[in-house]
Design a binder for this molecule. Sequence first.
Ligand SMILES: Nc1ncnc2c1ncn2[C@@H]1O[C@H](COP(=O)(O)OP(=O)(O)OP(=O)(O)O)[C@@H](O)[C@H]1O
Length: 621
Amino acid sequence: MRSLPLVPKAWKPLLCLAISLGLTAFLLPNDYFFVLFNIMALNALVVLGLNLLIGCAGQISLGHGAFFGLGAYSSAIVTTQLHWPLWAGLAVALAVTALFGIALAVPTLRLEGHYLVMATLGFNIIVSIGLNQMEPLTGGPSGLAAIPGMHLGPWALDTDRRFFFFAWSVFLAVFAGVLNLEDSRIGRALKAIHDKELTARTLGVPTPRYKVQVFTLSAMLAGLAGFSYAHYMTFISPSTFDIFYSVQVITMVVVGGLGSLWGGLAGTVILTSLRELLHAMEDFQVLVYGLLLTLSLVFFPQGLLPAALNAFWRAGHRTPSRSMSGPSSPKDDARSIYGSGFRALSPSTRKPDSSKAKNIGETPVLRVANLSVQFGGLQALAHVSFSVHSGEIVAVIGPNGAGKTTLLNAVSGLVRFTEGHVAVRDVDVSRRPAHEVARTGVGRTFQAVQIFEHLTVLENLMVGMHHFGRSRFLQAMAHTLKERREEKELRRRAMELLEETPLAALAHEPAATLSLFQQKLLEMLRALAMEPAVLLLDEPVGGCSPNESRALMDWIATHQRVGMGMVLVEHDMNIVMAYATRVVVLHHGRVLAEGAPLAIQKDPRVIEAYLGRGRRGAGQP
Ligand SMILES: Nc1ncnc2c1ncn2[C@@H]1O[C@H](COP(=O)(O)OP(=O)(O)OP(=O)(O)O)[C@@H](O)[C@H]1O
């Protein structure tokens, strides 16, 4: 089965779902239940898109009622008023929702959380007003009637039972595509964006493009549902597509569990049925949905269903799995923490300047020229210039607030600089977005470790390899042969890298369960997975014990030999002296001194900057 193209990854549960739906069709007693299940299928399509948007990419929309309406109305208008064929109605519905999706996504791209909710809510209200006001086109509040019924070529889907098979087949096909997408290179990138967007950008993930694409895809799924609804009901009016519909579908996502595609389906089944139960009490529906939404968000932010399932699971498994926790005590022996190749060096084995400068390349891999960064009235960096050659570890040191992290942020494209240039392997990356800088060859770690906690260890690494992949949204959804080969290759390379470290045994564990040491190691490995020309390490051993620090530094220093340059921001002078080939000292955003570690250690200007006037010669920096 694995070698066949276009077979969904989750084909077993999908097959079970298809069989259950087939059996359901024979068990449903009358047309009333078929109508209920048909509406459920269309809601499930909208929820699927919304879940992809909210759960995977972390963008919230209260405008999906509008996309549902735009899909329904655009097809209804062209098929009733222009007498276009049904397939043209579908094409128009998808095109219109895609265009509106892009038009809404691009300007709201920078918005997050409440602001994005407000923008999409505003969009829903505008569309509702438009549908009511544009009477000649939409029929106004009385709606559009006599819409052509759904048919597949010569087969008219003119009974509720026939439409049942159509609607659920469409849902199953799209569901398979979205499940494939979730478990692909793009899906991992979307989850990484949801988890830590800035970090994802520094790993080469084109976040703006993906956010627009996922928003558009989500809008198109609502448009597809709207198209099906219009030609199933053959009558539509604006009240179906108002803000209450958007609230309903959001509640279905939240109840089922944000980001859980199967949970979203369960939420749809439960809440569509609930709406039917509350049919007689129309005024209470808004109240019930609002209460469910609020209660879920406040008490069960991961979703009502996942919370119930977790409670059920915990009742059956009272003892937590040992493998899910990091090393439990300092008594865990070094091998269990570091694994082979991770034995700490004793301090005496690594001396300042010993055998460090053997493999330094001729041409710089990173050139920083005259770099200045201004934060309002604060000059954080002023005319900083230095370069890094392959095989070099250039330490950047300086007192707190000297501008070290700002320098790394400016080089990696996270901070705009007012003046200067940055070149990576002779490619000018000045003022390019962070993901492009990363793709040119800049990998980095952060002062406060930034792993994607909701991904596994292996998936974290695979996000680091994102820019090696070529597959796009549609290829990932269709799970094409090319995409499968690419995914297999990425997985193989990531496993190979992991096997270099003790993390291999934890490949499929959630990254959040790792100890700090393991997280630091994973973050470095993920940056290495990018195969960067230059690796920026921001206090890579901060928070680690001396043994852990040396183990990490010894391991990372082995990569010094493979033609990569490193910039090491570090406060621990023992580490700097032991591993740096050159040291750049920053003070008040300016380069105070630059040279070999031993020379820097004795430089009176450096001693003064670190220890202050009057204590010159009192000790080392
Ligand atoms: N985003 C920002 N907005 C405004 N000021 C900032 C910003 N980032 C840093 N700064 C300021 O710029 C200066 C340099 O900060 P930076 O974090 O680069 O120093 P650092 O040398 O890395 O310090 P530390 O060793 O404590 O990490 C500080 O005065 C800091 O307050």
